[in-house]
Design a protein around this ligand. Structure first.
Ligand code: MUC
Ligand code: MG
Length: 367
């Protein structure tokens, strides 16, 4: 179970349909594949999606920090010493997706070594989750058509609508068009990626008061401390903290300060080890959890699913696990299949995925 090598492999897979949101946009999955090798010949895998506008990481930066700093720190540790691994990675500030991909690749290797699925090692609650699809910025008719296509083809009936544009009426019109088109047959919630001020958010929420939203997420920046608290205090649905809670300490700070009343868990930024801490903390605080999407590919989505299905609280809300459908291709031998709005996790050891070596060869950008 001894770790002998940590590899970082940059790859690029174009999106068929780019995703636009208030803090940025994605045209290609320029991610980093992480492989953790052990002396038993086991290889654990995970992916790190760089999100410069959220965490300051870039693809080259992730490769550099893994190759120059983290790889050596893991040498000699075993797959059972995950708290030691976390401690060593924590000597370096930041770099959440690089650290998380290493953590999840270690768990994948552990599951493969023990011949058990990661979900079962974490909590083993269920084998399936409902899927929520994120709708990126566009005009109302196009976003309604996209949601309709997702419902028809994949049975998805929960949609997270990206908002945060100016004027806010652009986004209010989209949410209204979705509600008018679908009636009560779908669940809708919104994510502002900090695009509005607290006052703009409050006005937009008032205009959408009749639209039956499930949640509102990061409508304004958490750093607008009093404004955000004022907004959350008058919002009568759970207000989700996403990019403002990249660590358990941030969860404590934001929830106790009244700056959020629900938590988005992203395995891409907290791996399995820290996501488990976030889950336990949120459960103790009594706030709802949604499994989020860092615009993950299928590897990252399989990780979110492996974690989300491990616990009751993470599997009761639909998880954001469908945006890989917008990619032109991926690296898995067996693509994830969403049927009737449901993703079923693998019952195979580890995360339960196999990479296609030909696809990796084709999409890797380091050779
Ligand atoms: C989300 O929930 O915010 C968009 C940008 C990002 O960092 O994550 C995604 C989704
Ligand atoms: Mg978000």
């Amino acid at each position: 179970m001894k770790i002998t090598r940590v590899e970082s492999i940059p790859f690029s897979i174009p999106y068929r349909k780019p995703l636009h949101f208030a803090s940025g946009e994605v045209h290609a999955a320029e991610h980093v594949l992480v492989r953790v090798h052990t002396d038993d010949g086991v290889v654990g895998v995970a992916e790190a999606p760089p999100r410069p506008y959220t965490y300051g990481e870039t693809q080259r930066g992730i490769v550099a920090v893994i190759d120059d700093v983290f790889a050596d720190q893991l040498q000699g540790l075993t797959l059972l010493e995950r708290e030691q691994i976390g401690d060593r990675l924590a000597r370096t500030i930041g770099n959440p997706t690089a650290k998380s991909a290493i953590d999840m690749a270690v768990w994948d290797a552990l599951g493969k070594t023990l011949d058990l699925p990661v979900t079962d090692l974490l909590g083993g609650y269920t084998d399936r989750m409902r899927v929520s699809h994120m709708l990126g910025f566009d005009d109302p008719a196009t976003m309604v058509a996209e949601a309709e296509r997702m419902r028809e083809q994949y049975g998805i009936t929960t949609f997270k609508v990206k908002v945060g544009r100016r004027p806010a009426s652009l986004d209010v019109a989209v949410v209204r068009a979705l509600r008018e088109h679908f009636g009560e047959t779908v669940d809708l919630y919104i994510d502002g990626n900090r695009g509005w001020t607290a006052a703009e958010s409050a006005r937009a929420m008032a205009q959408m008061a009749d639209l039956g939203l499930l949640f509102a997420e990061e409508l304004c920046p958490a750093d607008d401390v009093l404004g955000r608290r004022w907004l959350v205090g008058q919002t009568n649905i759970p207000f989700i903290a996403d990019e403002s809670v990249p660590t358990p300490a941030d969860v404590t700070r934001e929830i106790l300060a009244g700056s959020a009343t629900a938590i988005n868990i992203k395995t891409a930024r907290t791996g399995f080890t820290q996501s488990r801490r976030v889950h336990h903390l949120a459960e103790g605080l009594g706030v709802e959890m949604v499994m989020g999407n860092q615009i993950d590919g299928q590897i990252g989505t399989a990780c979110a699913l492996a974690f989300g299905t491990a616990f009751r609280a993470t599997s009761q809300n639909a998880g954001e696990m469908s945006n890989f459908l917008d990619m032109s291709d991926d690296l898995l031998v067996e693509p994830l299949q969403i049927r009737d709005g449901i993703l079923q996790r693998s019952s195979r050891p580890g995360i339960g995925i196999d990479l296609d070596p030909d696809k990796l060869e084709h999409y890797r950008t380091d050779n």
